[in-house]
Design a protein around this ligand. Structure first.
Ligand code: ATP
Ligand code: MG
Length: 394
């Protein structure tokens, strides 16, 4: 950006352009989220202009911080630090040249997008005028593929011209909060933070529920879950974490049901509790980090036997992914190192040697009917549930 121009970043949103009737709603949500992300940075001003956002700010040295924050905003396709350009192609070509002449690159291309059809030159003409100035003066070859070292993007819209030499990919997806609330079952393992994040990228505000068996296990899983929620809150700005004690229910299950059904019955109780939280919060679905076939409780038969306990839909965004792909996502998201901290998961509390992998519904119902007073146990667990609130800050 030149010394004198107001610094500007062009923000292109991701799937919102596909929305017809309620496009304005999605845009407003993204704008709110961008403003949240920029919280505490003085002088930032966002406005909508012809299907993209323009972010103006005061000082060039804020650029990196702003880009870093915006790269964590769900719903942004790409970001371009931009320079205002002239509508006169001869002046524009000099302005672009001024910026690129000191840059180090070999091949380059010019990519003009003209949303403003009143503009007297076509995109191809602008590409040629600007490109030949650089080619003639610097002797650099043009590469029209996306392999070029340098892409100069020129955007012409609403009587304005901007150019940029750097396009940064965003998270894409739909703005958090635009599709509703879900209750995400967050263990302290690798998978569930990834599944929560994937639902954020589909526009969901996640309410987190973590089950623990304290005081029969250490508090480590709670600490891990808290750290994961703190991390994930960066993407949705505000989070609630419900910490639900499961130990009494587990002891009732252990005392009243055959050993091989323990895990399925633990899960059925967890789902019932999560559904209660969802009803209270106005959330419409549960989310888990299940991946089909990964462990004994995640066979098709067992999934059916677990979902049978509740009426709410259960979303399993990882169900078709293998462990390596999930680990890669966890690393990219930055949750992997927290997830592998040693912790006692409540489901590892007295797990059977040979868990049932192909549960039959009637057997499950029969096993559950032997669990003493589980309805009262559920009420009691809800009473003892603790709620923590998190807000994102730098
Ligand atoms: P994760 O890495 O997410 O712990 P996992 O591979 O260990 O998953 P399971 O322990 O079978 O698999 O758990 C499957 C899913 O059930 C988890 O992804 C999570 O959504 C939910 N779940 C398991 N344990 C808990 C818990 N203690 N609190 C909340 N949800 C849980
Ligand atoms: Mg687990």
């Amino acid at each position: 950006m030149s010394e004198h121009a107001t610094p500007c970043i062009i923000i292109h949103h991701s799937e919102i352009s596909l929305k017809k009737g309620n496009r304005g709603f999605f845009e407003a949500r993204l704008r709110d989220n961008i403003n949240h992300a920029l919280n505490g940075l003085p002088g930032c001003h966002v406005k909508m202009d012809y299907g993209r956002f323009l972010l103006f700010f005061n000082h060039m040295d804020q650029t990196q911080e702003i880009l870093d924050r915006l790269q964590h905003v769900v719903g942004i396709a790409y970001l371009r630090p931009a320079y205002p350009g002239s509508r006169d192609p001869d002046t524009l070509k000099d302005q672009v040249f001024d910026i690129v002449k000191s840059m180090s690159f070999n091949t380059f291309r010019v990519d003009t997008r003209r949303a403003d059809k009143q503009f007297p030159h076509t995109s191809v003409e602008i590409n040629r005028i600007v490109g030949s100035r650089i080619h003639m003066q610097l002797g650099k070859p043009v590469d029209l593929s996306d392999q070029a070292d340098l892409t100069i993007s020129i955007e012409i819209f609403n009587k304005k011209v901007f150019f940029s030499v750097n396009s940064i990919r965003g998270i894409r997806g739909l703005p958090v909060g635009s599709t509703g609330k879900v209750v995400s079952m967050l263990s302290s393992g690798i998978d569930s933070p990834v599944s929560s994040f994937m639902m954020m990228t589909r526009g969901c505000q996640n309410i987190f529920v973590h089950f623990h068996s304290y005081p029969y296990t250490e508090k480590s899983s709670i600490y891990n879950a808290q750290a994961l929620v703190r991390h994930l809150t960066r993407y949705q700005y505000r989070s609630k974490l419900y910490l639900v004690p499961l130990a009494s229910i587990q002891r009732a299950i252990i005392s009243g049901a055959p050993e091989k059904f323990r895990v399925i019955l633990y899960r059925r109780m967890m789902y019932r509790l999560a559904q209660k939280v969802a009803e209270k919060e106005g959330a419409r679905a549960l989310v888990t980090g299940d991946s089909l076939g990964q462990v004994a409780s995640q066979t098709l038969e067992n999934i059916a036997a677990i979902d049978d306990a509740i009426t709410m839909p259960v979303l399993r965004p990882l169900s078709g992914l293998d462990k390596d792909s999930i680990i890669k996502k966890a690393r990219d998201l930055g949750t992997f190192t927290t997830s592998i901290e040693p912790h006692d998961d409540c489901c590892s509390y007295l797990v059977p040697q040979r868990p049932e992998t192909k549960a039959k519904m009637d057997q499950v119902h029969k096993a559950e009917s032997g669990v003493p007073d589980w309805q009262a146990q559920i009420k009691d667990a809800l009473k003892k549930t603790e709620l923590e609130k998190y807000t994102w800050s730098v």
